[in-house]
Ligand binder design. Structure first.
Ligand code: MRU
Length: 330
């Protein structure tokens, strides 16, 4: 099941908002429709957002092919600006856009080079995640009881996943694991996506409400917590799906090691600490309505941060394609 691909001058992506009920691919044939798909979380997860943003610039390049160099570059810059305006936290989206633009700028055929670089980013993500999974799986032991948050599987990447890739790789190696997946309010990436991927892989998974994490750590023998990341600052402070911070604090309270699994493309060495990481705030409706029904009184305020920052001191280590890293990372 591919999360995203380029075909016939279009970006084709699996609409993740419909999972697990419906498997539907949507085609984006211009940058704006792809940008909207990102804003609506049809496509999501930091590494996949990196690929999507590269593919978005490739889309613009394919349309601009044959035009004078200056016009092509202007189209690519315009595409990059639209894509950068979609979601502020996942740094992969920004890194990829920059990388494609720079490659195009240096080439005589900027359009052709942009498409080439975008495909390279896709292939690289696959390769890097496979390596990350292999290295991370060495940390997991037979009998581990794991807790994870949000979705970090192949759906959130070009393939293999990050934290979930580590878990599925260890499972394939024959280690017996039990995974608790936080449902991940408000958009339920844990319940809808992580549980689907683990069931598909044959890994025993139990979905819990986000509020049950403390109980489960205390009463169900959780031995490791492993999550993904959207942006990691130089000092190791880590932005990830809202609710991650409280899991890290709870893990410390219970003496459970807390790992972050992420490719090095998720590191933002320009950010000295979590203070410099922009947090996305999303529409109140995502919290106020469940299944189309209002569950919060209309006159109550709703605050809906999509991410939080986990201070580096709670993090045992970063599982990357280069092995286990410890902060500071610069
Ligand atoms: O809002 P989302 O679904 O894009 O958030 C995703 C996460 O927080 C993931 O944990 C993170 O991007 C890592 S994905 C390998």
């Amino acid at each position: 099941m591919r999360s995203i691909y380029l075909e016939d001058g279009k970006v084709v992506l699996l609409d993740q908002t419909l999972l697990p009920g419906e498997l539907r691919y949507v085609e984006c044939d211009d940058v704006d429709s792809l940008a909207r798909a990102i804003e609506e979380l049809k496509v999501r997860g930091a590494p996949l957002l990196g690929v999507a943003s590269a593919f978005g610039i490739a889309l613009a390049a394919m349309k601009a092919r044959g035009r004078p160099r200056r016009e092509v570059m202007a189209e690519l810059e315009r595409a990059a600006a639209r894509l950068r305006s979609t979601r502020p936290t996942a740094v992969n989206l920004f890194h990829s856009a920059q990388r494609v633009l720079e490659a195009a700028r240096r080439d005589e055929d900027p359009a052709g080079r942009a498409v080439e670089e975008a495909l390279r980013i896709y292939e690289e993500d696959l390769r890097v995640n496979r390596e990350l999974a292999r290295r991370g799986a060495e940390l997991l032991e037979d009998g581990d009881v794991l807790l994870t948050h949000c979705n970090t599987g192949s759906l959130a990447t070009a393939g293999y996943g990050t934290a979930l890739g580590v878990i599925t790789e260890a499972h394939r190696q024959g280690k017996r694991l039990l995974v608790y997946a936080c449902e991940t309010r408000p958009l339920l990436q844990g319940a809808r996506l992580t549980a689907s991927e683990l069931v598909e892989e044959g890994v025993p998974v139990t979905v819990i409400t986000d509020g049950a994490a403390g109980y489960v750590m205390r009463a169900r023998g959780v031995s490791k917590v492993i999550v993904g990341a959207d942006r990691i600052a130089r000092n190791g402070d880590t932005a990830n799906k809202i609710g991650t911070y409280q899991l890290a604090v709870l893990a410390r309270e219970h003496g459970i090691p807390f790992y972050v699994a992420a490719p090095t493309s998720t590191f933002d060495l320009a950010a000295a600490s979590g203070e410099e990481i922009p947090i996305e705030f999303r529409d109140a409706g995502e919290v106020a309505f469940v299944g189309g029904r209002r569950v919060v009184p209309a006159r109550a305020e709703v605050l809906n941060p999509a991410f939080d920052i986990t201070p580096a001191r709670y993090i045992e280590g970063f599982i990357t394609e280069r092995g286990l890293l410890k902060p500071p990372l610069g």
